[in-house]
Design a protein around this ligand. Structure first.
Ligand code: ZN
Length: 200
């Protein structure tokens, strides 16, 4: 049975496309902002596919701009992905909490008797492209105050560098850092697979 669905929309572009099972459709709406950004919303119109599929969204970069992409994935795939994403975020929270208890005080003490540039040099890891640039470090330090910003830099992405700088031999924490990195890789692999296998 084909059900005609009329969709009330304020979108700039509306596109009706075939659904995964092939017997119905989904609707893609797009709103374009004045500054060239855009926002999309996908709505499944096919009742069969609505039961079986849900939206997987992901951020990606194209030519210096950030976008959000969409795919239809099965509800089972979505559950597995959500569970892994939650595991990653719980592992990161736990790692940060434990690291704070053990080493934050020593980290903050580095703030004393050091210039902004010296602190940045401690934090900067030339091998790591994600390491903050000097100008970014200065900008945040100006906005938050140096001490507060230094406290913010005590973060999960900086953890290897932090342990390195502090020279602490904390095998347990180093293990947790490695385990988290592994989980993050698993999540990235799963997300790349969903982007490829997901329906659009
Ligand atoms: Zn369908």
């Amino acid at each position: 049975m084909v059900v005609a669905v009329s969709l009330e929309t304020s979108a700039d572009f509306v596109d009706e496309r075939p659904c995964p099972c092939g017997s119905g459709s989904y609707c893609a709406e797009e709103w374009v902002s004045d500054w060239g950004g855009s926002r999309e919303r996908w709505t499944m119109l096919c009742p069969t596919c609505r039961e079986q599929y849900t939206i997987f969204s992901f951020a990606y970069r194209e030519k210096t701009s950030s976008w959000i992409g969409y795919r239809w994935v099965t509800r089972q795939e979505d559950e597995i992905h959500t569970a892994l994403a939650q595991e990653v975020s719980a592992a990161a929270d736990e790692l940060l909490a434990e690291a704070r208890t053990r080493h934050l005080e020593r980290w903050m003490s580095l703030c004393r008797n050091r210039t902004k540039k010296q602190l940045w040099e401690l934090l900067n890891d030339p091998r790591d492209a994600a390491s903050p640039a000097l100008s970014t470090f200065y900008k945040h330090a100006r906005r938050l105050g140096l001490e507060r910003h230094w406290g913010h830099e005590f973060s999960v992405p900086n953890m290897r560098q932090i342990l390195d700088v502090l020279g602490v031999d904390d095998a347990e924490l180093a293990l947790a850092v490695g385990r988290l990195a592994e989980l993050q890789r698993d999540l990235a692999t799963m997300e790349a697979a969903l982007r490829t296998s997901g329906f659009s």
